[in-house]
Write a protein that binds this ligand. Structure first.
Ligand code: ATP
Length: 491
């Protein structure tokens, strides 16, 4: 439409110029009006910003393309029944759903679930993000909400669809508890409008509208959004477990040439805590690494390196000085010896190739997912974290700034011990425990574990030297080599 009007105006101007009319004043007026329109449009003042159009063409996604979220998929499918069989739902006297809230950490597939839901129900799909509704001008957000719902209805009618799904990502931005925000007038108006629109959804008339919201901060949402009749179905979309991760890896590698040595199960075991987005990035990085080496296929080693890259960042070119390198080698060897001492088979590799912010790192062997830890297991993790600095102290009589992250990790773990009632304080409420008491208890634990770690490393000082020397020479040591160096010295 815009293009046609512009075409007609240009043709009229040319015609006027040909027959000798002075068109300059008209051109100047048009430029001023156009500039003003552009400015207001950019600020959202005209409310014509196109919200919710991005994914329409791209909605061909099926629930089978989403790995590791079977319970979320089942819950969502159940909620979608009313779009598929509205009469049945009405006959059963069930109040149809207006909103489904997907709750989970970033990159776990919430957007994918919403897209698949639209495809499954053959609905029009509109997507918007909470941040798109928040402007400095009061009333703009509310206007955009109205626009979004109208757009959904109109589009469904135009495309002869029975239903429309509106997906709002980052719902917490516009659904934050009322009165909490500094510029709360605009936020409150926008949220109020969303509530009004949700209440106005009439579920016995086509096109049916379903709102799907996504957030990882449901604690920030205004209670009015969560009350029955609004987002009354809440679906948890958590991090995938081991078999879920394997499924996601299969999905993201099915179009890639994998060598026979690739073991997706082993990769899934080594990626505890990875989200679907991490696994997608991992598969992509492995393919890029294979391409850099000029390989025709992707090998297991590419995946191993891609895991390091996803966790720690890209390899860095800068080379630390020989002195720094010697220290990093001792530091990483300390971690590795205590890790192997406290849990046999736990070290997968050690490297001093700088990556991301780390000058070196020890990679743990793949393990089964673990959700519960005993006090001793946490203490062992704390000892592994402290071991780098202890090793430096034994070898150089001094520590360095390289242990800061290790110490942060150790403090966080020791806090877990206390909060879980696994310290000498017994069962406590962290909230009611005075800070000085908490500090005393955690410091006592850290000091005890520091002493134990130091004693073990002192017993194995020769081994520490041997391992760090090998690391200086080789730069990276894999499991096989590691075993050759430390056994049978380590008992
Ligand atoms: P955010 O909360 O940050 O918006 P999200 O939960 O909506 O994240 P998605 O946008 O759905 O995450 O996922 C991002 C990408 O990660 C997807 O495009 C896909 O490649 C991959 N991905 C995430 N989860 C899965 C999954 N369960 N199965 C397959 N791929 C996934």
């Amino acid at each position: 439409m815009k293009e046609i009007i512009l075409g007609i105006i240009t043709a009229a101007l040319i015609f006027m110029a040909i027959i000798g009319i002075n068109v300059m004043p008209v051109v100047v007026v048009l430029i001023i009006v156009g500039g003003l329109y552009y400015l207001l449009h950019a600020q959202g003042m005209l409310g014509v910003k196109n919200i919710g159009a991005a994914y329409e063409k791209d909605a061909e996604l099926h629930f089978e393309d989403i790995g590791g979220q079977s319970s979320a998929v089942n819950e969502l499918k159940e909620a979608l029944e009313f779009l598929l069989k509205p009469e049945y739902i009405v006959n059963m006297g069930i109040r149809p759903l207006k909103g489904v809230l997907l709750i989970g950490p970033p990159g776990t597939g919430k957007t994918l679930l919403a897209r698949a839901a639209a495809n499954y129900t053959s609905s029009v799909f509109l997507v918007a993000s909470g941040s798109e509704f928040i402007e400095m001008y009061a009333g703009v957000g509310a206007k955009r909400i109205r626009q979004l719902f109208n757009e959904a209805r109109q589009k469904a009618k135009r495309l002869h669809k029975k239903s429309a799904i509106i997906f709002i990502d980052e719902l917490e931005i516009l659904g934050v508890k009322r009165g909490r925000h500094s510029s709360h007038m605009e936020y409150d108006q926008t949220l109020n409008q969303l509530l009004v629109e949700m209440d106005g959804i009439i579920q016995d008339k086509e096109p049916y509208i379903l709102l799907i919201g996504a957030t990882n901060r449901e604690d920030m949402l205004d209670p009015a959004l969560l009350r029955p009749g609004r987002f009354d179905r809440q679906v948890q979309v958590g991090l995938p477990d081991r078999s879920g991760r394997e499924q996601i890896l299969k999905i993201h590698t099915h179009n890639k040439p994998l060598n026979d040595d690739v073991d997706l199960m082993a990769i899934a075991r080594a990626t505890f805590g990875f989200s679907g987005a991490h696994l997608e990035s991992l598969s992509n990085e492995a393919a890029i690494l294979a391409m850099r080496e000029g390989e025709e296929e992707i090998y297991q080693r590419h995946f191993s390196e891609a895991i390091d890259k996803v966790i720690m960042g890209e390899k860095l070119n800068h080379k630390p000085s020989a002195e720094e390198l010697a220290r990093v080698c001792v530091h990483e060897s300390g971690h590795a010896i205590i890790s192997e001492y406290t849990q046999r088979g736990s070290v997968s590799s050690i490297s001093i190739i700088p990556r991301g912010k780390a000058l070196g790192f020890m990679r743990k062997s793949p393990q089964d997912d673990q959700y519960l830890y005993t006090a001793r297991q946490i203490e062992h993790q704390i000892m592994v974290a402290l071991a780098g600095a202890m090793a430096e102290e034994i070898k150089f009589n001094s520590r360095s700034t390289g242990a800061r992250n290790d110490f942060e990790q150790a403090w966080q773990l020791v806090g877990e011990l206390v909060a879980n009632g696994l310290s000498s304080l017994g069962i406590i409420s962290r909230e009611h425990l005075p800070d000085d008491k908490f500090f005393c208890e955690t410091k006592t634990i850290i000091d005890r574990l520091e002493k134990q770690t130091r004693e073990i490393l002192q017993d194995y000082e020769t081994l520490l030297e041997k391992l760090s020397d090998a690391l200086v020479r080789e730069e990276s040591i894999d499991r096989q080599e590691f075993e050759k160096i430390i056994y049978p010295s380590l008992t």
